[in-house]
Design a binder for this molecule. Structure first.
Ligand SMILES: Cc1ncc(COP(=O)(O)O)c(C=O)c1O
Length: 393
């Protein structure tokens, strides 16, 4: 019999999916340790694995709505769901119409839909470094190239508007607001510089705001891009983060900007969405009630991220060689560690010595700037503290 691997080799798969399936040493070691009772994973970002008490069976009550027995799809999303999204932004002082909202099954799907209407084979988009790893895959499977612009660190991460002005033409600029993993909100002057760049190049802006509500201070340090009306702008969010319900699969796109452009963008998105109709009726019907529960859910997640962040800062405040980088929000924190070895070597050493998993910074395009490790702030407090106590640099 021909071995499986050989059969695979003889199949002519698309080049865009020729990814390596080999586990690197860090992934191999993690697999080995997964069942070890002493293993502590400080990278967990799935809120359903973090012991939150908002995850009660009562959350499932809206799923029993008899309206779920009917299927009346709308490619833009059910009106009741779009109204609930309009209300979510109204509470932030942003007034939108239901015609500016398109519901998707996930934020990743929203990115893909937008890439499809903006960019063709080989076109370029620009996105931040450090940045969130899925962006590269999303660009790749949509046959577009993602070029990076840098966020610079100086007591907080920021875009250099001079660097932005010199960037070549691209179909769109992506921002993550606040950044995963850097935690900076895109400040108003940076938003202006991005809008000026987009205006100059007839490009669009795409703002991923899944972490927008998770600010460390009293409120987000900059407005949402859903208030941007000068250039065509797509603002993305969804319930995987703002309600801590990734399993429910519902996100949205808000389209703002010059009227003719946003109407045309919506028309095109609607046809892409109609091709899949992937957002579930059941989940869309539940959205208004779930968004009503947002304050309680977010209060619990806020409490966790703020407690963990404070503990992290205290743990390293007098450390001569390790720095907890400044940030304003999000679910992650970056630890700058000594450059005596690579971030990958640090992560592997810590895993082998202490059975604690941290992300090496290169996963987030951090390696060029500094040697860094990234950890999740939603890990249950006890595990978070124990994990940090085991670290030594
Ligand atoms: C910045 C950012 N955007 C989008 C997503 C994906 O969101 P969704 O689950 O809605 O696809 C993630 C997931 O971790 C993320 O970190």
């Amino acid at each position: 019999m021909v071995p499986q691997k050989k059969l695979w080799r003889e199949m002519d798969f698309s080049k865009r999916t020729n990814w390596s399936t080999q586990l690197n040493p860090l992934a191999q070691k993690t697999e080995e340790l997964r069942q070890d009772p002493d293993f502590l994973n400080l990278t967990v970002s799935n809120p359903t694995e973090c012991g939150f008490s908002y995850l009660q069976p009562s959350l499932l009550q809206p799923l029993l709505d008899p309206a779920n027995l009917c299927y009346t799809p709308d490619p833009r999303g059910l009106l009741s769901a779009r109204k609930a999204v309009v209300n979510y932004y109204r509470a932030k002082g942003i007034f939108l119409s239901v015609d500016q909202i398109l519901i998707t099954a996930s934020t990743s799907e929203a990115y893909s839909f937008i890439f499809k209407i903006l960019a063709g084979h080989g076109d370029t988009l620009i996105g931040p470094a450090p940045g969130y790893p899925l962006m590269d895959y999303l660009a790749e499977i949509n046959d577009v190239s993602l070029h990076r612009y840098n966020l610079h660190y100086q007591k907080g991460w920021a875009i250099d508007p001079k660097e932005l002005r010199c960037l070549p033409k691209a179909k769109a600029a992506l921002v993550v607001h606040p950044s995963n993993p850097a935690g900076n909100y895109v400040q108003p002057h940076e938003q202006d510089a991005l809008a000026a760049w987009a205006g100059k190049h007839q490009s669009a802006l795409i703002s991923d705001e899944v972490f927008y509500d998770f600010h460390f201070g009293a409120k987000p340090s900059a407005p949402s891009f859903a208030a941007q009306n000068d250039v065509l702008t797509f603002t993305l969010s969804g319930i995987s983060k703002i309600l801590g319900l990734p399993q429910m699969k519902l996100s949205w796109i808000v389209i703002t900007g010059p009227e003719a452009q946003r109407i045309e963008a919506m028309h095109r998105l609607e046809i892409v969405a109609d091709t899949y109709l992937s957002a579930s009726t059941v989940i869309q019907n539940a959205l208004p009630q779930w968004l009503d529960a947002a304050p309680a859910i977010q209060a619990e997640i806020h409490q966790r991220i703020r407690t963990n962040r404070t503990f992290l800062q205290k743990s390293f405040e007098n450390h001569p060689a390790v720095e907890v980088l400044e940030a304003d929000g999000g679910w992650t924190s970056i630890l700058k560690v000594p450059g005596i070895q690579t971030d990958e070597e640090w992560a592997l050493l810590i895993l082998e010595k202490s059975k604690v998993l941290l992300h090496p910074g290169y996963l987030f395009d951090l390696s060029e700037n500094m040697t860094a490790l990234v950890l999740s702030l939603i890990v249950p407090e006890k595990a978070f503290r124990e994990g940090l106590a085991r670290l030594s640099f």
